[in-house]
Design a binder for this molecule. Structure first.
Ligand code: NAD
Length: 247
């Protein structure tokens, strides 16, 4: 099947499904300028070992290194804009062709692109909290502390502050459990820009009734998928929109 036939097929799959849910990963945001973890040459994994610097263990053992070597890559995402991939998912929801977006991303770009129902299975960058007294902080205030040289950022009680993102070693947040029932109630999972290697989030692909994958590289779930399109998410989703509007 060539690229155009795959787009036609994807549009048909979406139109004929009763309930479609999208599952996105770092790959949907690379076209906005945020590096993913595993792309060859540009992935963050080539610069830092996320397990070593972005884990709960690393944060507790060496919070300064956590912020300076790991979290620094996620500190200034506020000015980043959603790309056509995020926007088409927002448009699909508006057209009632997509029930929700489940995202592994912490960048908030789906909401910026107009998606209303977003489940963030790895948390987000809007807030953080003190690891000692649990006091909540806005990320804006945590960033201000870091920018003024307080690394790691500290709470007034003397505890270290951490972002409300799910680090390696953290329990999964409530949105993950909601995502499971969201996938169970759907009949098509549209995976966009994920290597599907991070567990347990990738188990959502296992419980989906049907799966379509848009990803630049091969994933270990490709053989289970009804349809795989190996192209940039922005292009595929824009072409999908044109095809749906044409049909
Ligand atoms: P990953 O880095 O493991 O995989 C990303 C996949 O996207 C790769 O297979 C790559 O081939 C593909 N890809 C890259 N650019 C693409 C494009 N333009 N179009 C289509 N595919 C593209 O990412 P993951 O599976 O999401 O897992 C990594 C973890 O890292 C996630 O849990 C996420 O929380 C976190 N993370 C988030 C961000 C973010 O919020 N933007 C950025 C980096 C990492």
């Amino acid at each position: 099947m060539d690229y155009t036939q795959r787009i036609i097929q994807l549009a048909k799959l979406i139109r004929s499904a009763k309930r479609v849910v999208a599952f996105t990963g770092a790959g949907i945001s690379t076209e906005s300028g945020i590096p993913d973890f595993r792309s060859k040459g540009t992935g963050l994994w080539e610069k830092v070992d996320p397990v070593a610097v972005l884990s709960v263990k690393a944060l507790k053992r060496n919070p300064q290194r956590f912020y300076q070597d790991g979290f620094v890559h996620f500190l200034n995402l506020e000015s980043i804009k959603p790309n056509s991939g995020h926007k088409v998912l927002g448009w699909l929801e508006q057209k009632k062709l997509l029930a929700s977006v489940i995202t592994q991303n912490i960048d908030g770009l789906h909401q910026k692109a107009g998606s209303q129902r977003v489940l963030e299975v790895h948390g987000h960058l809007r807030t953080g909290h003190c690891m000692r007294c649990q006091k909540k902080y806005k990320m804006f205030d945590i960033r201000k502390l870091i920018e003024s040289g307080t690394i790691p950022p500290m709470c007034s009680c003397g505890g270290v502050l951490r972002p409300d993102v799910t680090l390696f070693g953290d329990p999964m947040p409530r949105d993950f459990w909601s995502a499971i029932s969201e996938v169970e109630q759907s009949d098509l999972l549209l995976v966009v820009g994920s290597s599907l290697t991070v567990s347990p989030a990738n188990s959502l692909a296992n419980i989906a009734k049907r799966v379509a994958i848009i990803n630049l590289e091969i994933t270990s779930f490709d053989h289970q998928a009804e349809l795989v399109i190996r192209e940039k998410a922005g292009k595929v989703l824009s072409d999908l929109r044109s095809e749906i509007e044409r049909q």
